[in-house]
Write a new protein. Structure first.
Length: 586
């Protein structure tokens, strides 16, 4: 390989490692890699910044605005209860997943899932069913629906933009459908058959309550002169709390753990409890204890305060900071009562818990918290606990009509997707469905910057010869299996990469390799590029490969292994279908 190829390979490896570590925002990592290749003279400025003149980032931004309009007007939320019906088995799953996948073909799936999670939880609560039966399949269905049209995911639009930069022709709105639709159909069938058998009842099985219920941590202070001041832990009744465990006592900076039943508690002691969300909230009612956040909580039972769940986003400024360092109350006007990290018990002082992408926070805040922060990128999800399902507003039909118009005009080649999406976003503001500020805040700038910066990586792989080198090795490895083997090699490599990093980064890295492989494999380059886009979105095996998987991680009480158990059959079915369709139609 050339020196430029080695430099590109080294830069990509560092980038992938940084993305997999999840310690830095993806956009910063990708832009850093692109700038490094520019400084190393592997690519010039035109190639490095070509992505920002490509239609893909702007189209993605406009579609985020459209999805925010659907979310604000509860366009789909009002249908959730009707779709789920009265059953609690496969029939309800089918009625939920089919329409959800169809909606995801035209709406960005991240706000779609954010819109539906509280409604599914409310429906499950009313029937005393575990939400885990439905939330993970919901995420998977939106992923499958997103690969049916170019509008479905930002990954599809990246591939379209890369093709336009390479050939001058972007993807048509339904050009991806011949590959995406069979994959979505097969995936949904596997999901409906497998999910009831493989998805665990994380919140309802009594014998698994301690091990598998969502574990939150909360700090409570002993009230001076209160009924518990001077009592032992046993006499205070703190050893017999159902679903809640006293894990440590902080006395003037000295930590006592484990806590024995005869340990005396005195005024000012801070007791750290761990347990299920509802029981942790009930600690507020124990006489003699008060939350360490009580001075910030006024009349918790009044209409002016409410409990919320908020899932920390990948690009959130909270990632890597403790609650104390983040100055949470000043920034968000909310108090963190508890932290949940799926699959782990957090035995630490609340203020010292260093937050990670995917952590679920139990908050208390004013009634406007969800409206103020629900569409920001600090949180993937903000859901009010115990809230009733949303009802469609009077402006919901406007959003539906604009979306339908964009799809029809793009399908008939009357208006390109970029112009249609921009006109749709502008129409939502002009018709006062959204304010300009709401439209601006709806755009996930991290994704837009990632897309813009990623084009330079593809250019570096092509110009340095690295894409050709990797393609030659893939062909040598799978050539004995013909077109099917080569196509499977590309698809498998893309799928593995997307589970380790992000779907968008995986698509950018694999795109030039796919085009280099297409000719020797006898496959149309556009077909191979589409296969990469679909495979990059087919992330089912981990909670970090795709944002919607992360969003349901905490609310569903899932563990990492649940994604492997449920997602592996769906992933294998999707990869097999992609390979078969490419081999047949390529």
């Amino acid at each position: 390989m050339s020196a430029d190829a080695w430099l590109t390979a080294a830069t990509l490896l560092v980038m992938l490692a940084a993305l997999a570590s999840d310690r830095v925002a993806p956009a910063a990592v990708v832009l850093g890699a692109t700038f490094s290749l520019l400084l190393l003279d592997v690519i010039d400025a035109d190639a490095a910044f070509a992505g920002f003149s490509n239609p893909a980032p702007i189209t993605v931004a406009a579609l985020y605005v459209l999805a925010r309009g659907a979310q604000k007007t509860a366009l789909l939320s009002a249908l959730t209860t009707r779709l789920l019906g009265r059953g609690d088995g496969r029939s309800s799953l089918v009625r939920l997943l089919g329409p959800t996948a169809a909606a995801s073909a035209v709406f960005n799936n991240t706000p779609l899932v954010a819109m539906l999670i509280p409604d599914v939880q409310a429906w499950c609560r009313a029937r005393q069913l575990p939400a885990s039966r439905y939330l993970l399949p919901l995420s998977y269905a939106t992923i499958l629906g997103g690969i049916v049209t170019v509008l479905g995911t930002s990954t599809n639009l990246i591939v379209s933009g890369l093709l336009q930069a390479r050939t001058g022709e972007p993807l048509g709105i339904f050009e991806i459908t011949p590959i995406g639709a069979p994959v979505a159909l097969v995936g949904l069938v596997v999901l409906v058959v497998a999910a009831p058998l493989l998805v665990p009842d994380r919140l309802s099985a009594p014998e698994q309550a301690e091990a598998e219920s969502r574990q939150f941590v909360m700090d409570m202070e002993v009230v001076p002169g209160g009924p518990l001041d001077g009592c032992t832990v046993s006499d205070a009744g703190l050893r017999e709390l159902e679903g809640v465990f006293l894990v440590s006592i902080d006395r003037g900076g000295q930590l006592v753990s484990p806590v024995s039943p005869d340990r005396r508690i005195d005024e000012g002691d801070v007791l750290t409890f761990v347990g299920k969300v509802d029981q942790v909230v009930d600690l507020q009612r124990i006489r003699g204890l008060r939350s360490t956040e009580e001075k910030h909580l006024i009349a918790l039972d009044s209409p002016r305060q409410a409990f919320y769940e908020a899932v920390v986003g990948r690009s959130s400024p909270l990632v890597g900071k403790t609650v104390r360092e983040a100055e949470f109350r000043g920034r968000y006007q909310a108090a963190v009562l508890a932290v949940h990290r799926a699959g782990q018990r957090i035995d630490a002082k609340l203020g010292d818990v260093r937050l990670r992408h995917g952590d679920t926070l139990l908050l208390v805040a004013g009634p406007d918290f969800r409206r103020n922060w629900g569409d920001r990128h600090d949180f993937l999800l903000v859901a009010r606990l115990g809230a009733e399902p949303a009802h469609a507003t009077a402006k919901a039909p406007i959003v539906g009509a604009i979306t339908a118009a964009i799809v029809v005009l793009a399908a008939l080649d009357v208006l390109p997707i970029l112009e249609g999406a921009l006109l749709g976003a502008a129409a939502l503001v002009a018709l006062r469905v959204l304010t300009f500020t709401e439209a601006r805040d709806a755009v996930d700038l991290d994704v837009v910057l990632l897309i813009g910066g990623a084009f330079g990586l593809g250019a570096a792989m092509e110009r340095s010869g690295l894409a050709g080198e990797i393609a030659d090795r893939l062909i040598g490895l799978f050539d004995g299996f013909g077109t099917v083997g080569i196509a499977f090699g590309v698809v498998l490599a893309t799928a593995v990469l997307t589970e380790l990093v992000t779907n968008n980064a995986a698509a950018v890295v694999m795109f030039p390799i796919a085009l280099a492989v297409a000719g020797p494999a006898g496959v149309d380059p556009r077909t191979m590029a589409i296969a990469v886009g679909v495979a990059a979105s087919a992330s089912f095996v981990t909670p970090i490969g795709y944002q919607t998987n992360t969003m349901v991680y905490g609310p569903g009480g899932y563990r990492f292994g649940d994604y492997v158990r449920v997602g592996l059959p769906v992933s294998l079915a999707a990869l097999g279908t992609i390979t078969a369709v490419v081999a047949l139609t390529g």
